[in-house]
Design a protein around this ligand. Structure first.
Ligand code: ASP
Ligand code: MG
Length: 433
């Protein structure tokens, strides 16, 4: 089968589908700014739905009452559907209302039948993936009403993106995924479908389970699809003007990078710039597919173009990662922290699936800064308690300044108590309370 040519990929995050007005804005962007050719549209769960589902799942897993949270979630989705119907004066008087009800009923069933042989993480993927399933149903319905039911189709990400059973961060089987995507999407395009909507963040295993790709993973979904389709470009629609040197909620005077290389962007994403999921860049860079970051609030504005380019030195970028945890390991007998010890520590960190954001060692102690997850930190403590004395601090923040200068360091560190700091040629990082 021939490869589909000239396909573009758009990704709309939670904020851009948070309610009926936002979804109509999405329809307008597709209509007024969308390409001539076929377009694949990746959508996240509406607003804060993923957080809500995490909470519901956690309660259900522990056998606690989640009915209040569940009904709030169902009500928010139903209200969006009703509001869309009202605002759209629908041509065919439907925005997948029945489908949304079916998915909600399925979710209700799934919550009462969480399999006790599943690990927490496996169950998480089966439940939390409902957020995107709901939003895709609604967005597809809204688009179909704006265009026509002959031009719009949805395609389940579970059938497109095959992963292993690494729950909550499924690793992509690229060979199978490429086959699934080409077959499925080419067939839809060949049958005249112009707009194909699919779920971000989720995949499926060969054993017929859902997986998720990691929080905020919808960007990565867009990149996987683009890579496999050899798409012309990817556009991520955000509530900011493009890729900025800092979160505007953090700094009032941010600057936008009009153009930036893949390499710089990969590093920023790695350090925690929340604008793009860190795994997104590699597949795009591998196939030289340009990535645009644009504002859904101002779709005509330029945004940022991320591609293979040379540019002069960039303004310092300020990146903040909250909810960090600093863990230190001390040998119990004043012995130095040796390579053998480090091997044990790294092994345990990998087993507990804690990612190291920063590390440092001294004579008898070794410290790592990781994202905090109570469950995982306790697993780590259980694994290492016998061999090491462990201390940990939570509620910390990791700041990174990329392309720092003296002024930017002074500005960011002023008035903060630094628990750990590190400096390389281009990057200054510190952990503070
Ligand atoms: N809905 C998922 C999350 O909030 C994925 C995404 O938004 O990219 O993490
Ligand atoms: Mg989201």
């Amino acid at each position: 089968m021939e490869e589909a040519q000239g396909i573009q990929v758009y990704k709309f995050g939670g904020a851009s589908v948070k309610d009926a007005a936002a979804i109509l804005n999405l329809c307008r962007i597709v209509r007024d700014f969308g390409p001539q050719g076929p377009l694949v549209i990746v959508v996240s769960a509406m607003g804060k739905t993923t957080n809500a589902l995490e909470e519901i799942y956690d309660l259900a897993y522990r056998g606690a009452d989640y009915s209040g949270q569940f009904s709030a979630l169902a009500t928010a989705h139903r209200a969006t559907v009703e509001e869309l119907m009202r605002l759209q004066l629908p041509k065919e008087a439907d925005v997948n209302t029945e489908l949304v009800e079916e998915i909600l009923a399925e979710l209700a069933d799934a919550l009462v039948s969480i399999d006790t042989v599943w690990t927490y993480d496996q169950g998480y993927d089966q439940i939390v993936s409902y957020g995107e399933r709901l939003s895709v149903a609604i967005v597809t319905g809204a688009l179909a009403n704006n265009f026509s039911w002959n031009e719009v189709s949805k395609s389940a990400a579970k059938e497109l993106i095959t992963t292993n059973e690494n729950w909550r961060e499924g690793q992509v089987d690229w060979v199978e995924t490429a086959e699934n995507i080409k077959l499925n999407i080419n067939q839809l395009v060949a049958s005249g479908i112009e707009l194909i909507v699919t779920e971000g963040f989720i995949g499926g295993t060969n054993t017929n389970f859902h997986t998720t790709l990691g929080r905020e993973g919808s960007d990565y979904t867009a990149a996987i699809l683009a890579y496999c389709l050899r798409a012309e470009s990817v556009t991520i629609w955000k509530d900011v003007a493009g890729l900025l040197n800092a979160d505007p909620k953090l700094f009032p005077d941010t600057v936008r990078y009009p153009e930036i290389s893949y390499r710089e962007t990969i590093e920023m994403a790695y350090y925690g710039a929340s604008v793009i999921h860190p795994k997104t860049l590699k597949p795009l860079a591998d196939r030289n597919i340009p990535l645009r970051v644009k504002s859904f609030l101002d779709p005509a504005a330029e945004g940022t173009l991320i591609h293979d380019c040379q540019h002069p030195a960039l303004a310092p970028a300020f990146i903040r990662k909250t909810e960090q945890c600093l863990i230190s390991f001390e040998s119990k007998d004043f012995a130095f922290v040796s390579e053998e010890n480090l091997e044990v520590i790294f092994g345990a960190l990998a087993q507990a699936r804690l990612k190291i954001n920063l590390m440092q060692n001294s004579a008898i102690s070794f410290s790592v800064c990781t994202d905090f997850s109570e469950r995982r930190v306790h697993q780590l403590l259980d694994l290492l308690r016998e061999q090491f004395t462990l201390h940990y601090n939570t509620g910390l923040t990791l700041f990174t300044i990329k392309n720092y200068d003296a002024a930017s360091i002074t500005r960011l560190t002023a008035g903060k108590r630094l628990l750990l700091e590190q400096r390389t040629r281009n990057t200054f990082q510190f952990v503070c309370q």
